[in-house]
Design a protein around this ligand. Structure first.
Ligand code: SAH
Length: 286
């Protein structure tokens, strides 16, 4: 599964000048639209070790979707509630993350034939050799991203849109989400999956996520669903001071691990967490 990523090595464009944000649907293959930096959107410093348990019931989230299709043959609210209980059993405590996982209908993001497996803790194929991540992995990554914060994050960059599920969950947790996919047909699929939901704060981008998306920088959070040999420099450059990056990357002994990078005023703080198995981060578009 693991393949070495080709690091772009390209420095990101400067995000210093005030520029208007790209409209939805934004595309990278059009002329870049500069972005405005909103002060106060960067995440506060959150030490990795300091998980802050928050009560589950407090956050109110508008559900994405309108009930299960007939083919699911189940009450999707109840099944999601069971899924969220399992996530809590696995140690997920962030109220916002749990509420977002409860709200987003995962079965809407997989093929109809797989819909009855949508709430099992398993990754599922979404075409072109790619997979939708397991619910427990999505919850773990987003909890790390939001750790120590009860309020929404500012702007977040999501690398590897795939079918759009994680991006939809993130749209509950951040004020603006920029989600990038390098495979055009998956970018189209995510757009189709999300169209009916009209998620106004989610911007789907077609392009090479290894270069990040400088027009939206700096980001309070960056999260990647594909792993390379290392974290591209562009992501680190585009992270706000006080922001956090959560990504799989190959570390010592050639094993992919979850890596958390906090950008502090004093420099980068890098933490290597548990081993994981994500699809490869690849350069270029296709
Ligand atoms: N978050 C997704 C998971 C998709 S799997 C979901 O919820 O469905 C990871 C995705 O990363 C794949 O679709 C793959 O094409 C994409 N990917 C890999 N390298 C990439 C890159 N450089 N830029 C953008 N997307 C990339």
């Amino acid at each position: 599964m693991k393949r070495p990523a080709q690091s772009s090595g390209k420095p990101p464009a400067s995000a210093a000048a005030p520029r208007p944000r790209p409209a939805f649907p934004a595309r990278l293959d059009t002329a870049p639209t500069p972005a405005v930096y909103k002060p106060g959107t960067s995440a506060a410093l959150r030490p990795v070790a300091a998980a802050v348990p928050t009560p589950v019931a407090k956050r109110v989230v508008t559900p994405i979707g309108h009930g299960a299709p007939a083919s699911v043959g189940m009450d999707s609210v109840a099944v999601r509630t069971a899924m969220v209980r399992k996530l809590q059993g696995q140690g997920i405590v962030h109220a916002g993350v749990l509420a977002a996982m409860q709200a987003v209908e995962r079965h809407r993001f997989v093929d109809t034939a797989l819909a009855n497996q949508a709430y099992e803790d398993t990754s599922l194929p979404i075409g072109l050799g790619q997979t939708i991540s397991k619910p427990s992995v999505v919850a773990r990554m987003l909890e790390l991203l939001c750790q120590g914060r009860e309020e929404k994050l500012g702007r977040v960059l999501d690398i590897g849109t795939g079918c759009g599920y994680q991006a939809a969950v993130l749209s509950h947790l951040a004020r603006e989400v920029y989600s990038m996919e390098r495979l055009r047909s998956l970018n189209d699929k995510a757009r189709d999956n999300l169209r009916a939901f009209r998620v106004a704060n989610l911007h789907l981008l077609f392009g090479d996520g290894m270069l990040g998306y400088a027009q939206g920088a700096p980001y309070a959070g960056i999260v990647a669903a594909a792993g390379g040999n290392d974290v591209p420099q562009a992501w680190i450059d585009q992270l706000a001071v006080g922001g956090r990056l959560v990504a799989p990357a190959v570390t010592t002994h050639g094993q992919q691990h979850l890596v958390v990078i906090d950008k502090t005023a004093q420099g980068l703080v890098r933490s290597v967490l548990e081993p994981v198995l994500f699809v490869p981060l690849k350069s270029g578009i296709a």
